[in-house]
Design a protein around this ligand. Sequence first.
Ligand code: IPM
Ligand code: MN
Length: 355
Amino acid sequence: MEMNIALLPGDGIGPEVVDQAVKVVNAVAKKFGHKITFEKALTGAAAIDAVGLPYPDETHEVCLRSDAVLFGAIGDPKYDNDPSAKVRPEQGLLLMRKKLGLFANVRPTFTFPSLIDKSPLKRDRIEGTDLVFLRELTGGIYFGEPRGRSEQGDRAFDTCVYNVFEIERLARMGFEFARKRRKLLTCVDKANVLATSRLWRETVQRLAPEYPDVKVEYEFVDAVAMRLIQWPKSYDVLITENLFGDILTDEASVISGSMGLMPSASLGSDIKLFEPIHGSYPQAAGKDIANPLATVLSASMMFEYAFDLQEEAKLISDVVNRSIEEGIVTEDLAGDGKAYKTSEVGDWLAEQIAK
Ligand code: IPM
Ligand code: MN
């Protein structure tokens, strides 16, 4: 198969972890006889520094002519500490999601048997956790208008808006995911307070009879935040709006033992995007210490979701599992064992694939 992949390394540790995913993808391509071309483009603070915009038109063009996008991370402390900055790296990510029509972000949480004891949660609580969030990605408070500051500057406002069609397409995807899994769908909302949440609940209730094989439960977001660490095993597929999804998926990611482990796929149009759920971890940038596994697993999701190549996807997740079992891991997972460099982990994975 021929595949054209846009590479958007972004900021911080983004470039280093994407480099490892490229090694792995190349090894897979060689093994299975695929022809892969990569085209690199700028996003985030790196793009602001170079051309003044976090998601330049040239980058969008590169994405449009690709079959899939592999993304690293975005964000830079120089903007985090300057709330008055007019142009912000994060705007690039939001614009990209919007312009590419990526309305659904698939964020799985699962545990690795050999890492269970690295989790901040007790073994019996988390063993066997296998859940997936479908986070709405192009609506809600992230995009609603009006937003801004009053003239005097003493008042600020954001608006949370949802249209039925935005909820419906995400919810349908949730039902379909549940169908292929354990057939349990949780609609996460705050319907006791928010009008948008009541529209979510109403919409999901209307659709539910079309999926009689799927059990639907409705749960308030605050309760989900709690049950997620008390009893994560009790979830299968969770659907939720943009901001709730942002928060809960960070919470869920640490169940696995390290935030550097969880991948994601952004779906909704022909061009799909794959990225680790962690951020740009600026303190580690350039040090060759960041965990590349979330990005490598995102490449696995790319084979699965963008190219429907299940064997390739599985091979990648198998070698990632093996690297963890054999302790070929970066410092966040090494414990008392040897801490490998980011690049060493990438090399090891690529070698294993080549075998
Ligand atoms: C994420 C990130 C982004 C988000 C930021 C960087 C804009 O936290 O992908 O979860 O909030 O969506
Ligand atoms: Mn986030």
